[in-house]
Structures are given as structure tokens and as C-alpha cells.
Design a binder for this molecule. Structure first.
Ligand SMILES: [Zn+2]
Length: 153
């Protein structure tokens, strides 16, 4: 499943990656998908249970190359599959060196938008309106970055 979804994700992304190298194959085989209680993921990412999107909150840890998936999410279900594909975008971003912790808020925003766009695109192809990305997403994150900057000064 990993390989199949990754090649699907790669076909959408504007990255040209040689997937036949030993390095890439090793990277993909090292990639782990771990199921956790949704509450645990929420606590780690959003700081509180119920603070993010519950069942649809996934997370990628670039330091360990692990995707955390909520246990209750059935990966055959479109929304869960789309969320997993979102994390695969981060996996590829990490491989190409674009995913860095030190990135500015705006750089992070670009990475997230790329991932959300693909998530949205996939959901569109199966007839689901993701909605969130449409116009409010970018504004939301932009506001988040502006607020972060303002609080530093
Ligand atoms: Zn993301």
C-alpha cells in the first residue's frame, strides 16, 4: 500500500525524483506507518484532546520518518486515505530536503498548502468536497504567521 500511494502522490507533485535509486527504496522501506489513539495524536499536535480534527488528524515525524495514523481511521475510507496522502507529501518533501523544522512560518505554509492541495485534489476526484482548502485555508495560515510575527516584536 505504501508504494502504491506514494507513486500516486508523486504523479501529482511537481517533483522529479528517481524512485529507482537504492537511497529512495531504502527511505520508503524505512518509512513506518503507526496507528495511535486519536487522542494521543491530538495531544501531541494540537496540545489538547478535541483541539484538532479528531479522527482525521494525522502526523508525520520527519526525524523518525514515521506517519502517525489515528487507529479509528479506516484507510480504505476516502477521507482517511486523503489524509494519509497529505502526510506522504511531507514524506516526499522531507526526502527532497524541503521539509525543515527551522523553516519560517511562511515556508511551512507553502509545504502545508502543497499537501492540502493534493488532499483536496484527491477528494475531488472521488466526489468529496473538502471545503477547507478552498479559500479560507491560506488566509487562516497567513493570519497564523502574521500573529506569530507580531507576538515576537
Ligand atoms: Zn501537513
Amino acid at each position: 500500500m505504501k508504494e502504491l500511494l506514494l507513486s500516486l502522490v508523486l504523479s501529482y507533485l511537481p517533483y522529479s525524483i528517481d524512485t529507482n535509486t537504492q537511497e529512495f527504496k531504502q527511505y520508503v522501506s524505512d518509512l513506518k506507518i503507526i496507528e495511535l489513539e486519536p487522542e494521543k495524536i491530538e495531544l501531541e499536535i494540537c496540545g489538547a484532546v478535541g483541539a484538532c480534527n479528531g479522527n482525521y488528524t494525522f502526523a508525520y515525524d520527519d526525524k523518525t520518518n514515521i506517519i502517525h495514523v489515528p487507529k479509528s481511521c479506516n484507510l480504505e475510507e476516502y477521507r482517511c486515505k486523503a489524509a494519509l496522502m497529505h502526510e506522504f507529501v511531507h514524506v516526499i518533501q522531507n526526502y527532497t530536503g524541503k521539509y525543515t523544522v527551522d523553516a519560517s512560518c511562511y515556508d511551512e505554509l507553502k509545504l502545508e498548502v502543497e499537501a492540502y492541495k493534493l488532499q483536496n485534489h484527491y477528494l475531488n476526484t472521488v466526489g468529496i468536497n473538502f471545503g477547507f482548502i478552498s479559500n479560507r485555508f491560506s488566509q487562516y495560515f497567513l493570519a497564523h504567521c502574521l500573529l506569530q510575527e507580531a507576538s515576537k516584536t
